[in-house]
Design a binder for this molecule. Sequence first.
Ligand SMILES: Cc1cc2nc3c(=O)[nH]c(=O)nc-3n(C[C@H](O)[C@H](O)[C@H](O)COP(=O)(O)OP(=O)(O)OC[C@H]3O[C@@H](n4cnc5c(N)ncnc54)[C@H](O)[C@@H]3O)c2cc1C
Length: 573
Amino acid sequence: MPIEIKVPTLGESVTTATVGKWLKQPGEAVKEDEPVVELETDKVSVEVPAPAAGRLENHAVKEGDEVEVGAVLATLEPGAAGTAPAAKAAAPAAKAEEAKPAAAPAAQAPAETDYDVVVIGAGPGGYVCAIRAAQLGFKVACVEQRATLGGTCLNVGCIPSKALLQSSENYHAAGHDFAAHGVVIDSVKLDLARMQARKADIVGANVKGVEYLFKKNGITWLKGHGKVEGTGRLSVDGKPVTAKHIVIASGSNSANLPGIEVDEKVIVTSTGALELSEVPKRLVVIGGGVIGLELGSVWGRLGADVTVVEFLDRLVPGTDNEVASQFQKLLVKQGFKMKLGHKVTKAEKTKKGVVLTVEPSAGGAAETLEADVVLVAVGRTAASKNMGLEEAGIALDKRGRVEVDAHYATSVPGIYAIGDVIAGPMLAHKAEEEGVALAELLAGQAGHVNYDAIPGVIYTWPEVASVGFTEEQLKEKGVAYKIGKFPFMANGRARALGMTDGFVKVLADKQTDRVLGVHIIGPCAGELIAEATMAIEFGASAEDIGRVCHAHPTLSEAVKEAALGADNRAINI
Ligand SMILES: Cc1cc2nc3c(=O)[nH]c(=O)nc-3n(C[C@H](O)[C@H](O)[C@H](O)COP(=O)(O)OP(=O)(O)OC[C@H]3O[C@@H](n4cnc5c(N)ncnc54)[C@H](O)[C@@H]3O)c2cc1C
């Protein structure tokens, strides 16, 4: 007698769900409690299990359908024999194979492979590549050695740092800014343990989210350390695995300075700086780049006395000079101490903390700096060691990054690389775009990344965001340009927010008016830059931005006004 498989109770006040992926097909054998179909609601995602062993007879609904609690999803013939699960994705994978460029190297892979695509590393480059490849019909596995998916970004990078930046900003605002709004709080207390627990929860939800996405897309997580053996061959913790295409997405690690021994307690990298259980009285940050200034901001807002030691005579190299110098002034106003043009030559741990020896970069007398905690934030290096790359003949550049061509192919056929482990900005969204582009290229599509339209954001206060060329780069290239600038001081929304520091700067081609670069320092710069990125991607002119209706009062009006300013026709200044 057939049994109906129905939508189970999904929790209080949840009455409907969307049918996700069918995990079993009609005619297939199922075991008792084996998941048959995925259901999604805005609150939860659940797998509906088979109530008994048998053969699935039919699907009563299709993927994407809205279903009510109690509705019939499928019928099961208990005890009946069924077929083994179909060889997954054989057809689409073969299609993708046919569509591949003639020069694709899969022919050199073993004739029969375990997977079509195996990605090593489940950071934003790797996990996104795996999902896109699965969407395109490939049979995909992803090798990850961490206990959780999501890579540096979700575990010890973008997400935990932004969680602490938000919490510390709230703490600081409650103590310093609320009173101006007429909100008087007598005593603001810091509960660092709770702040850290909130951060951990946010990280946990994000990494679990990737695990769910892997299941949803039928991607196998091969847990362990991946090593490349050659075309079509790799190993995971020593066990052989074969794949038509291997993607190296192993990311990067914090760089260190010679002679400075990190213990992640008093001399920390960004990973240790995200985990401090006490606010250090004196924090020295070695390196005036994005990560150092973001984490310096976190601990500065929570009460640390922060000194930044930077080798160069400026902060955030690569950022538009005018923006960087305004940024430096605003950080100093917040209490940051800057030792630019200096280098740390020695770090000695004492009972009380660390004594650093600091010298002018250009040479000169050394001095000492005392700190309770030292954050070494001098950049990141490609994670290309101990994974068999050189042995397999994969060419690396002088900085240990995997060399790839315009289609992410390494020097060994069938092996590709993306993300932080190759050249280019070490940014999560750059890695993601490469992951998508590569999966599409492997499927014979025209995946590509526009490297002229990759935004960069510094999530300090105020935020700094930019896309396209800086003024200095345009000068160097000999491009004639015009500038439109608009200060947040003249923006109504910024005034209402009480956040008037900073400006928007639009650089446009002098002859054609095409937008070449946009640089923003100010509130929500990281959100505002999306419009500028879109403009650059679409080849818009400054006039195009100026003619778009922007809601009032919004910060985005400052972008419009700056664009109008490139033609000397800003209205509100
Ligand atoms: C504190 C901090 C803050 C950051 N903030 C931002 C931000 O706000 N915005 C932004 O865009 N970027 C930010 N970044 C940079 C961002 O995290 C990286 O650019 C991004 O994670 C790179 O992605 P990826 O996929 O190339 O590599 P990763 O994210 O580094 O992932 C690589 C994964 O591969 C795994 N792996 C490596 N080798 C092997 C192996 N042999 N076998 C199995 N697994 C392996 C690693 O365990 C890791 O999980 C931040 C970084 C840090 C440290």
